[in-house]
Design a protein. Structure first.
Length: 276
């Protein structure tokens, strides 16, 4: 009752899963990933224990096909399971049990495993793979995964309808403040158009939970510092740091105030305009 894509980035530094389903909170059951280890999606009659077991096998040096074989050998319910795996080297494996409800199947390629069950037809996974290849060269794995998921959704997705979607991407020290490896962890648990909503949340994730690139940084000279001070005082804050903390923009303004992200600057100016 789910379609998913599991993949590694072309640079070999990120792993992730995107998934959608006519199922409540699909992100709570299907995806798991660890930076430098790999990623997995477990679905159909999902065996959620696969997540920890598979990542443990991968961490111990098993390839994705070997890890998958071990999972299935130990599970009497294998004919009802569907699972996709990608290991640290980008080797992919996918399994669709013989008892999964039609249409069910999957495809693998270098660095990617795509699978689904109770789908509108094989065109769902085919379009997802085509979208994955079209996005080659895109450095943001989350965007590539989302594009593939959207292609599957547009091709018919889960034939029962839409309800939830999720996106998980890991990369070493990519988390908030660089203190964990979770680059993206977003879930739409119950929504009429969950993939579209997931795209909206990813835009917000980029703004609030990723650091500014050098190209996005605007140096704060004396004139801009005076403007910023005037703007934040007009919004009821004593200084820029107070406004930044209140608005959750810590990842996109320098601690010493020496630069401000161009998007955050635009947001501040717009807030100032509305209150003037």
């Amino acid at each position: 009752m789910t379609f998913s894509i599991v993949a590694r980035s072309d640079d070999g530094e990120s792993w992730g899963v995107a998934v959608a389903s006519k199922f409540l909170a699909v992100g709570s059951a299907v995806p798991a990933a660890v930076a430098g280890v790999g990623a997995i999606a477990t679905q159909a009659d999902a065996n959620v224990a696969y997540k920890g077991l598979a990542l443990s096998h991968l961490d111990e040096g098993a390839t994705a096909p070997v890890a998958l074989q071990r999972l299935l050998e130990e599970d009497d319910g294998r004919d009802h399971r569907q699972v996709g795996l990608v290991d640290m080297d980008g080797t992919a494996a996918s399994h669709t049990g013989a008892s999964c409800f039609d249409w069910a199947g999957g495809v693998t390629d270098d660095g990617v495993a795509i699978q689904g069950n109770i789908l509108a037809g094989p065109e769902v996974v085919e379009e997802m793979l085509a979208a994955w290849h079209r996005s080659a060269g895109e450095p943001d794995l989350a965007r590539r995964l989302l594009a593939a998921l959207a292609a599957g959704d547009e091709a018919g997705g889960d034939k029962r309808g839409r309800q939830s979607a999720a996106l998980l991407v890991v990369r070493d020290e990519a988390g908030y403040g660089g203190r964990d490896d979770i680059a993206v962890d977003l879930r739409v648990d119950d929504h009429a158009d969950p993939v579209t909503e997931l795209a909206r949340l990813l835009d917000l994730n980029d703004l609030y939970l990723t650091a500014s690139t050098e190209e996005e940084k605007v140096a704060v000279d004396d004139a801009l510092a005076a403007e910023l001070q005037q703007l934040v005082e007009g919004l009821g804050h004593p200084d820029l740091a107070s406004w930044v903390g209140t608005e959750n923009h810590e990842m996109r303004v320098a601690d010493d105030g020496s630069w401000i992200d161009q998007r955050v600057l635009a947001i501040l100016r717009e807030q100032g305009r509305r209150t003037s």
